[in-house]
Design a protein around this ligand. Structure first.
Ligand SMILES: Cc1cc2nc3c(=O)[nH]c(=O)nc-3n(C[C@H](O)[C@H](O)[C@H](O)COP(=O)(O)OP(=O)(O)OC[C@H]3O[C@@H](n4cnc5c(N)ncnc54)[C@H](O)[C@@H]3O)c2cc1C
Ligand code: FES
Length: 286
């Protein structure tokens, strides 16, 4: 956390702040990234977030959805959100254009253990749009590269056309002490990387289990399998963190919509240490 964030008063979690869409980028047919700017300069100054936190994004008169913040925590005056159009609210948001306004409540939840992971190697494992919550963490590490060891980024998609952030992966790959490993479940004519599920990449990656922190995000069944395989390689659950998704409404532990076992994912998560959440990971109906 930087000094400015340490002295900023907390945001009121009940108040929706208008934000204007400054840029819109079509990542894939059903996925857009918006760059937002909070309209009120005082709120813009006050707004601070950590990698892995999320906002409740409100389409006025339609509905509110939980969306990870993917932008740089060092530049909180611009908020980037990558949104997959899946239903009623995201459908309306996805049709918005620069100049339109959305509402923002946040930031919410607990982010990645950036302080605790200092000095360690980092292993990032993501699937599909699951890479969105770790983008901020990766950028954070690159701006403080001397504080972290080797970084391996493993990312899997269903099909080659599902790969988002292509230029970001290329840029990350060019950094020293960084390896990027991509895989697709399905092959493709222009796909030059591995074909298969993301956990198949583990065999290619060298890491010291006592000196590595894992940050995982994606389908829960993938994270369950991945954590099992990484345990077999000697990684203990207290060094593995996952980011979870649940239906959300209040964002602050009041309504119970996001309950998973004894936890409210909005305030105890979305990033959780594996040993706390393992009994419930990948199980439906809880
Ligand atoms: C902490 C957190 C971070 C998230 N970050 C992102 C992000 O960065 N980008 C992004 O595109 N989406 C993200 N999501 C998911 C996003 O909140 C949902 O896709 C959105 O709420 C769907 O709203 P809708 O009204 O468009 O769809 P609805 O009409 O409400 O639902 C459409 C379908 O999606 C399912 N669904 C809705 N919400 C969720 C959910 N939270 N988890 C699983 N399934 C759901 C519904 O059951 C239904 O099948 C995140 C969710 C959480 C909890
Ligand atoms: S969203 Fe209301 S308790 Fe988590």
């Amino acid at each position: 956390m930087n000094m400015e964030s340490a002295i900023s008063p907390p945001m009121n979690p009940f108040v929706i702040h208008p934000a204007v869409i400054k840029e819109k980028r079509q990542e894939a047919p059903e996925i857009v990234t918006f760059r937002l700017q909070l309209e009120d300069p005082a709120i813009r100054k006050q707004f601070r977030f950590e990698p892995g936190q999320f906002n409740m994004v409100y389409a006025f008169g339609v509905g509110e959805v939980a969306i990870s913040i993917v932008s740089d925590p060092d530049h909180p005056r611009e908020l980037d959100h990558t949104i997959r159009i899946v239903g009623r609210t995201t459908d309306v948001i996805g049709r918005m254009q620069p100049g339109d306004r959305l509402g923002i409540r946040g930031p919410f939840g607990k982010g990645w253990p950036m302080e605790e992971a200092k000095g360690s190697d980092i292993l990032i494992v993501t699937g599909g749009l699951g890479c969105a919550p770790v983008v901020g963490a990766i950028e954070y590490i690159f701006r403080r590269r001397e504080n972290y060891g080797m970084m391996n980024i493993l990312h899997g998609v269903k099909a080659p056309h599902d790969l988002l952030y292509r230029e970001r992966f290329d840029a990350w790959r060019a950094h020293p002490r960084t390896h990027v490993w991509l895989t697709s479940d399905e092959p493709g004519k222009t796909w030059h990387y591995h074909v298969g599920v993301v956990t198949e990449l583990f065999d290619r990656v060298q890491f010291d289990p006592n000196h590595t922190f894992v940050m995982m995000c994606g389908p829960e069944i993938m994270m369950r399998v991945a954590s099992h395989l990484l345990s077999q390689r000697g990684l203990t659950p207290d060094r593995m963190y996952v980011s979870l998704e649940r239906h959300m409404a209040c964002g602050i532990g009041l309504c119970g919509h996001c309950q998973l076992g004894p936890y409210f994912i909005c305030k105890d998560g979305p990033v959780m240490r594996l040993d706390r959440i393992l009994p419930w990971l990948g199980k439906s109906g809880i």
